[in-house]
Design a protein around this ligand. Structure first.
Ligand SMILES: NC(=O)c1ccc[n+]([C@@H]2O[C@H](COP(=O)([O-])OP(=O)(O)OC[C@H]3O[C@@H](n4cnc5c(N)ncnc54)[C@H](OP(=O)(O)O)[C@@H]3O)[C@@H](O)[C@H]2O)c1
Length: 327
């Protein structure tokens, strides 16, 4: 297949084949801002932002919960200080549908307004339900997303961590309200192949829903800089396979990357793109942003993809993966 930009379902927002995840921007617990990673600062984030946009990775994913709103605040500052790059940036954020938020339409609209306030924008390109943890039915959640769209606060609506069945159901509930489901953001990488093998990607393709692949670098494990003898620092709970197992996947990424003049991380990202997903790797600085954006503009051969399929791991039931357990 040919890897190109994706046009989203509702308003025709066009996103590039690769975006940028911004969980680490302002986050202390998992990604070390103000903690173990002394190199991560507002300056390195600004450099990552600029390098990403200049390289065509103009789609940024954040959430109300990242850094307790700090990720959105940082993006708001970046948008305000650089109108030229701001005009190219496509912003996605998320609503956390905690079980106690029973009045889900009013909870979503007030969370969305708070996000827009932190971002300093009148609307966002994409608003996503963060995960299937609401006590309300999918009809009520669809109603809430449709209200946000109707008020002109969001161009596109999406979900995250939804199973194939949930994706199909909310797609139908939104359609009843005249709204199209644009995206489902899921953990998908060579360390978690289950969205492909379990049929979720096929369901998304059938419904015209673009899958956004989160933690596509296995939270840094697939870049080649970590190994069994040098494991990643911090609380990286997603796809925390034993590093001896990860080392075998990285060895294959390295082998294929050498043939293409690419890094292991670029090959890992290109593999998700070959499957029809848009990876949203986190970038903490300019070098990471540039390397990740270098996963665009070329394609793995079918034999490379098949070789990677053979070493891919199905997934793991770590604490974080148990919380978001859907394929
Ligand atoms: N919807 C959800 O439930 C959900 C869950 C998780 C993530 N997400 C989204 O997906 C995004 C990406 O996922 P993620 O941040 O968990 O994992 P990831 O993208 O697989 O890994 C990101 C981390 O890998 C390292 N890295 C990135 N590029 C690198 C490079 N070129 N060379 C070397 N190291 C590199 C950095 O950490 P170090 O430098 O510290 O190693 C970076 O913070 C998040 O930012 C967030 O927007 C969504």
């Amino acid at each position: 297949m040919s890897i190109g930009p994706h046009t989203l379902a509702q308003s025709g927002v066009v996103i590039p084949p690769l975006g940028v995840g911004t969980w680490a921007w302002g986050d202390e617990r998992t990604w070390g801002m103000g903690g173990y990673d002394a190199d991560l600062s507002r300056d390195t984030i600004r450099e990552a932002w600029r390098a990403s946009i200049d390289a065509g990775a103009t789609f940024f994913d954040t959430a109300e919960v990242y850094g307790g709103g700090e990720s959105e605040r940082i993006i708001g500052g970046l948008l305000a200080e650089d109108p030229d790059r701001a005009s190219k940036a496509i912003i996605a954020t998320k609503f956390m549908p905690s079980p106690w938020k029973l009045q889900v339409t009013s909870a979503l609209l007030s969370a969305l307004r708070a996000s827009l306030d932190r971002l300093g924008v009148p609307a966002v390109a994409l608003y996503q339900i963060h995960g299937p943890i609401s006590l309300r039915g999918l009809g009520a959640l669809a109603e809430a997303l449709a209200a946000a769209h109707q008020e002109g606060l969001v161009q596109e609506v999406g979900v995250s961590n939804y199973s194939a069945k949930e994706t199909r159901t909310i797609h139908g509930e939104l359609a009843k309200r005249g709204v199209k489901l644009a995206t489902n953001q899921i953990e998908f990488s060579l360390l978690r192949q289950v969205p492909e093998t379990g049929g979720l990607l096929a369901t998304c393709a059938e419904l015209g829903v673009v899958p956004l692949a989160y933690s596509p670098l296995g939270q840094g494990r697939l870049t080649g800089k970590y190994s069994a003898s040098n494991p990643p620092p911090g609380k990286r709970g997603f796809s925390a396979h034993p590093m001896e197992t990860v080392d075998q996947v990285v060895a294959e990424l390295r082998r294929i990357g050498e043939a293409h003049g690419r890094t292991p991380g670029q090959v890992a990202l290109n593999w998700t793109m070959a499957k029809g997903a848009v990876p949203i790797p986190g970038a903490k600085n300019e070098a990471q942003a540039l390397e990740n954006a270098g996963a665009m503009g070329w394609e793995l051969g079918a034999d490379d993809v098949a070789a990677l399929d053979r070493v891919a791991l199905p997934g793991i039931r770590s604490f974080a993966n148990r919380f978001w357990q859907h394929g």
